[in-house]
Structures are given as structure tokens and as C-alpha cells.
Write a protein that binds this ligand. Structure first.
Ligand SMILES: C[S@@+](CC[C@H](N)C(=O)[O-])C[C@H]1O[C@@H](n2cnc3c(N)ncnc32)[C@H](O)[C@@H]1O
Length: 309
């Protein structure tokens, strides 16, 4: 039963994927049980899956779902709202700035405004082409889950050691890797991306994975109210978390189900987390990266043994 993909929340579910509006579904979720809510809502820019409305209307709709998300969020949980710009006549309104007061109203605490940068998108002619979006990461309280080690990235010089002073000979940087910072350069899902489906704007799995691995523990519940083709539930299931999500469009919902099943079976195709972006001027970089990872792993293992862990 725990393996089944259900339409209604139950305590032993591994995944709940609902074909319908998140506002209808969210009322069925109990208070303060969800560890992480991560989503990319519609941007109100007239994509195939949305109807463009006045910004004030859009704000009200977003407010309704954010209010409910705060109700269902665990006391040590996090909300990550990933948005770009609303665009009208070439004029932009950054949606994170628009929506920020809703989170403030609930006294949520902003931990990071993560810049997600990527290389591909529309080419603007009367302004600079947009190549980033943001993730607002809020916690409900000051005590919250944050696991840095699973999301550390390779050090540039993993073998570097102190050459003078009391620590001479010891590694001068954390052998487990460095903090990935609040600027994330992760390729967006375009046509040649291994995860590409029919959805026009899906999350890269590695983007959600970094949030899930750092802000939840195994078996925690992750909810995405605007699920699309299920990148969030797939990333949750791949990492032994419970994935819950809602999607109104039947075609996307069906793909989300397929991807959830693949994630459970271990056959989901994903771009590996932290893989370097291809640089035609430095094609050897991927090999160097693999080497760095290996060095880092062996150093980390040595240091773990040394600590008797
Ligand atoms: C920006 S896309 C999310 C894509 C998703 N992150 C992924 O990786 O596939 C927003 C999605 O929300 C869906 N949607 C719009 N209004 C909705 C609602 N009220 N309830 C649930 N889903 C909705 C749209 O159909 C669209 O697929």
C-alpha cells in the first residue's frame, strides 16, 4: 500500500498526485505536517496552461494558496517559491518582489533569495536577455532543518593544505566540499536536456534535489501545489522522501505519474547533480570534475575514518 500512488493523502503513502486544482486539494491536508513546499507557480504570462489576468487578480490567487501552504507547513519546515518575471509590453515585474508581502504577512523568515542562472532563453532586442530566476526560501521558525553536507559542491583545490602555523599539513578547506552559495548555475530544461518532456517550463530535477536534500530528511513530506510534469515528486521519491503534488492538466498529470513510477523503480533519467556545464573552450572540464570528485571522496573518507565516525 505504501508504494501506491494515491489521489488522497494517507499516512502510509509514498506519493500522492492529484489531477485538479491545488486549492481544492490542499484543504484535505492536515495542519503542520509538510516539511518542504517547493513550487514554480504559473507566472501569469499567457503560457499554454494559464490565462493571463490582471496582476491584482493573480496576486489574490497566489495569496489563497500561500495562506494554505503556511497552514500545512511543519514548524521546522521550509517554503521555496521559484518565480521569474511577469512581462507586459517589455516592462518586467519581478514576481518574487510582488509576492514577498504575502510571506511577510505570515511572519515567515527569508533565509535566502537564490539566484538560479541559466544559459538559454528568449533573445530580447530592447533590453538585456533574461537569464535568471529566483527562489525565495522561507522558514516558519528559527529552528529548521538544514543539511549542508549532502549538497556541498567540489572545492576548486580539494588538496590544498595549511603551509604554516599550528595547522601545517592539515587540509585548509572542508574535504566534504564547499557551500554551493546562493547563486546556482544549473541548465534549464530545453530541447536537448535529458529530462525534457512536453511541458514548456519544467524544473531541472537537480535544482529541486538540492532543496530537498538540504531542507528535509528521509521520509519527510515534500509538496508541490503546481506540479507540472512532476519534477518535485520525482526528486522526492528518488531521495526516499514522500512526494505530494497537484496538476490541473491531465496530460501533465499523466507524465507526472509516469515519472514518479520511474523514480520509485530507479529508472528515472536525470542530469547528474553538480555536473559541470559544457564549455566548448574547456571540454576537458568534465573529466577534471570527475577527478576532483574522486579526490574529494577519498579525502572525505579518510577524514571520516580519522574521526572514527
Ligand atoms: C510553471 S509550471 C510548473 C512546472 C513544474 N515545476 C515541472 O517541473 O513540471 C506551473 C504548472 O501549474 C499548473 N497549474 C496552474 N494552475 C493550477 C492550479 N490551480 N492547481 C494545480 N496546478 C495548476 C499548470 O498547468 C502548470 O503545469
Amino acid at each position: 500500500m505504501g508504494e501506491t500512488i494515491l489521489n488522497h493523502y494517507s499516512d502510509n503513502a509514498k506519493a500522492v498526485i492529484y489531477n485538479g486544482s491545488c486549492l481544492d486539494f490542499v484543504c484535505s491536508l492536515p495542519d503542520r505536517r509538510i516539511k518542504l513546499i517547493v513550487t514554480s507557480p504559473p507566472y501569469n504570462i499567457g503560457k499554454s496552461y494559464e490565462k493571463k489576468t490582471r496582476l491584482s487578480e493573480y496576486y489574490k490567487e497566489q495569496e489563497k494558496i500561500i495562506d494554505e501552504c503556511v497552514r500545512i507547513l511543519a514548524d521546522d519546515g521550509s517554503i521555496c517559491w521559484q518565480v521569474g518575471n511577469f512581462v507586459s509590453n517589455g516592462e518586467i515585474v519581478p514576481l518574487d518582489i510582488l509576492l514577498f508581502p504575502i510571506f511577510q504577512k505570515h511572519k515567515l523568515k527569508l533565509r535566502n533569495r537564490i539566484i538560479w542562472s541559466f544559459g538559454h532563453g528568449l533573445h530580447a532586442s530592447k533590453r538585456f536577455s533574461g537569464r535568471y530566476e529566483t527562489i525565495l526560501w522561507f522558514t516558519k521558525n528559527n529552528e529548521y532543518t538544514f543539511n549542508l553536507d549532502p549538497v556541498r559542491i567540489p572545492q576548486k583545490y580539494p588538496n590544498k593544505k595549511h603551509f604554516k602555523g599550528a595547522k601545517t599539513g592539515e587540509f585548509s578547506c572542508n574535504p566534504l566540499g564547499k557551500n554551493p552559495s546562493d547563486i546556482w548555475d544549473i541548465p534549464n530544461v530545453k530541447n536537448n536536456h535529458i529530462e525534457k518532456t512536453i511541458h514548456p517550463c519544467q524544473f531541472p530535477i537537480e535544482l529541486v534535489e538540492r532543496l530537498i536534500l538540504s531542507m528535509t530528511d528521509e521520509k519527510d513530506i515534500v509538496f508541490d501545489p503546481f506540479l507540472g510534469v512532476g519534477s518535485t515528486t520525482a526528486a522526492a521519491l528518488k531521495n526516499n522522501r514522500v512526494g505530494i503534488g497537484c496538476e490541473t492538466i491531465r496530460e501533465y498529470y499523466d507524465i507526472a505519474l509516469e515519472r514518479a513510477k520511474a523514480a520509485m523503480e530507479g529508472s528515472l533519467q536525470t542530469r547528474p547533480i553538480n555536473k559541470p556545464i559544457y564549455d566548448p573552450n574547456n571540454p576537458k572540464q568534465t573529466l577534471d570534475f570527475e577527478k576532483t570528485l574522486q579526490i574529494q571522496k577519498s579525502i572525505a573518507q579518510r577524514s571520516l575514518f580519522a574521526e572514527g565516525a
